[in-house]
Design a protein around this ligand. Structure first.
Ligand code: BEZ
Ligand code: MG
Length: 576
């Protein structure tokens, strides 16, 4: 036992737990899959609208409703109230603001979208000007109306008839309400507009939070960050990831007379207030296909920055290029930082290697990542195999990072996050000789927030995988819902295998919730015996690979469940 806590320490700890519980409670999670043509309703709709109302939208002249409420109550800005470790008063303020926000949205929906009534409520209870709230409510009324009049099914039928489908932007509703109505043909962006002004402005805060977080844990700035850039995400965010890469290096997009981003400007060091960070960029095949011009801009940024006459301890790209040159590497090669798949190839295959259980030694996953992603772009290299250059670049990486663009898809929802960020992390670990710090941005709140990978795995486990609200929502979809649960477990396993980022209690919780509970086991088994068997097998494999050390009776029971299901399915096959 550790020594007893003083009352103050105990209060601080209770407070911290309270803060974390509040955060989990507030998190927007999907409660079930999207059913084509069926709009969200009830609490799901209310939560979604509250989230839409929580962001400033200067293009619409709309201010964030939580900010308006906080202002009206004489509290600090909402983003300030959200900061971690802000103390009890701020936390109370946050709760007060959020309670009023949700109350207002629920009243608005109950009243059949009566703006006057809701504006009067906000004026009365929070001193919000009716003119300001009127603008937010007009936006919410539009969003609610467009959601209710879903055209998805109609558009699908028209598409199947070969008719014309109107185009619309792709993003999530919170980020860009202009995607409504859904059921349109998602279009991309003009790659020359990336990064947008808004994305670039936003990148400063996120990068500052990333570097601050890393520095707090390491005691100094990381010299090199390894980034994952995806195509769809940069479409949806107008290039947030691209903007972050540029800002890390201290470069800004330069727009030509046609307003196209074709070059970069250098941000002076005194404006930056920190060293220029070296960035190794691994971009997806989709990004490579869509953002050729952007890849040139990113490559140019590295080369421009490395050429600056600045002290190496303030300019890490330059420091590293000079070091390589000193060892006889050509300048052009030493400054190569943009890597992707071979032309015409996509993906890392890490997900397939992993789910097939086909790897034996640690490091194999990272090797595959490099094999798939070591094609260099930039300078005179146009998609040529440059394994040595990539390995050299990875050997200096201290932080791996990916921008998460949306509340809709999290790091345990799909296999692509561990495939990319996990694959990169393991590739770095083997080449740098130590595991990098792994971070992701979390854009669910208006305050720029960076989370470590283990932190985000915990948060997703608690709010999704082990949350009855989440799994009951999935189980409403029957067969498919069980498959979704199994995917979550496999994706969680992916974070163990690539980055050692999963606590053992996560596996305990999964086993207890889904398989060791007889009632739940019966439900899963009858809905989808295949996925249930895979789930049991995945937990057994997690034990065998040392990601988890359950007791032998637990493993015995899991094997038994798997064996029974196997027999049953074979029996069913033989009998049919
Ligand atoms: C992309 O948009 O680049 C992407 C999409 C899915 C998986 C991986 C990458
Ligand atoms: Mg996919």
């Amino acid at each position: 036992m550790s020594r007893e806590l003083t009352p103050d320490e105990r209060d601080a700890r209770v407070f911290r737990i309270y803060e974390q519980l509040l955060e989990m409670e507030q998190r927007l999670i999907p409660t079930g899959l999207h059913v084509f043509g069926r709009p969200p309703e009830g609490k799901d709709l209310a939560d979604l609208l509250a989230m839409v109302a929580s962001f400033d939208r200067p293009e619409l002249g709309v201010r964030s409703l939580p900010d308006l409420i906080a202002g009206g109550l004489g509290l600090p800005r909402y983003a300030t109230l959200l900061e971690e470790g802000g103390g009890e008063e701020r936390l109370r303020g946050r709760e007060q603001v959020e309670a009023l926000l949700h109350e207002a949205v629920q009243r608005f929906l109950r009243s059949g979208l009566n703006r006057e009534e809701c504006a009067a409520f906000l004026a009365r209870s929070a001193g919000v000007s009716e003119e300001e709230s009127g603008r937010v409510l007009a936006l919410l009324a539009r969003v609610a109306g467009q959601l209710a009049g879903s055209e998805e099914m109609d558009a699908l039928v028209r598409a199947l008839r070969g008719e014309y489908i109107e185009p619309g932007p792709g993003a999530d509703i919170v980020q860009n309400p202009e995607i409504l109505p859904t059921g349109r043909n998602t279009h991309a962006v003009n790659p020359y507009t990336v990064p947008s002004q808004a994305a670039f402005r936003k990148s400063e805060g996120i990068v500052a939070a990333l570097l601050e977080r890393s520095r707090n844990e390491r005691g100094r700035f990381p010299e090199t960050v390894g980034m994952v850039l995806w195509g769809m995400d940069n479409i949806k965010t107008q290039g947030e990831g691209v903007a972050q890469a540029l800002w890390l290096m201290g470069a800004a997009p330069r727009r030509d007379a046609m307003n196209r981003v074709t070059d970069v400007d250098i941000v002076p060091l005194d404006r930056l207030g920190r060293p220029r960070i070296d960035v190794v960029m691994t971009v997806s095949g989709i990004f490579r296909d869509l953002f050729g011009a952007t890849m040139e801009v990113l490559d140019r940024a590295v080369r421009r920055v490395a050429e600056l006459d600045e002290p190496p301890e303030w300019n890490f790209p330059r420091k590293h290029v000079l070091e390589r040159q000193g060892r006889g590497m050509a300048w052009g090669h030493a400054a190569t930082r943009v890597f992707s798949n071979a032309p015409g190839a996509y993906g890392t295959n890490v997900n397939f290697l992993l789910t097939g259980g086909q790897w034996e030694r640690s490091g194999e996953i990272g090797d595959l990542f490099v094999t798939r992603k070591c094609f260099a772009f930039g300078g005179e290299l146009e998609g040529v195999d440059a394994r040595e250059l990539m390995e050299d670049a990875l050997s200096r990486v201290e932080v791996t990072y990916q921008n998460i663009d949306s509340a809709e898809v999290g790091i345990t929802d799909v296999d692509h996050y561990f495939e990319y960020l996990g694959g990169l992390t393991q590739a770095v670990e083997a080449r740098a000789g130590r595991r990098p710090q792994v971070y992701l941005s979390d854009t669910q709140t208006p305050a720029a927030r960076i989370r470590s990978l283990p932190e985000l795995v915990r948060l997703e486990t608690r709010t999704k995988t082990l949350n009855p609200k989440w799994y009951e929502g999935m189980l409403r979809h029957g067969f498919r819902g069980v498959a979704e649960i199994e995917h979550h477990v496999t994706n969680t396993f992916g974070w163990s295998a690539t980055a050692g980022a999963v606590d053992e209690w996560v596996y305990d919780g999964i086993a207890e919730t889904y398989l060791l509970d007889e009632t739940m086991l019966r439900r899963l088994r009858s809905l989808n015996p295949h996925a249930t068997r895979n789930l049991a097998n995945r937990l057994v494999e997690a034990g065998a690979r040392g990601f988890w050390t359950p007791g032998s009776e637990v493993i015995g029971r899991l094997r038994e469940i798997s064996g029974e299901l196997e027999d049953r399915m074979e029996g069913a096959a033989a009998g049919s």
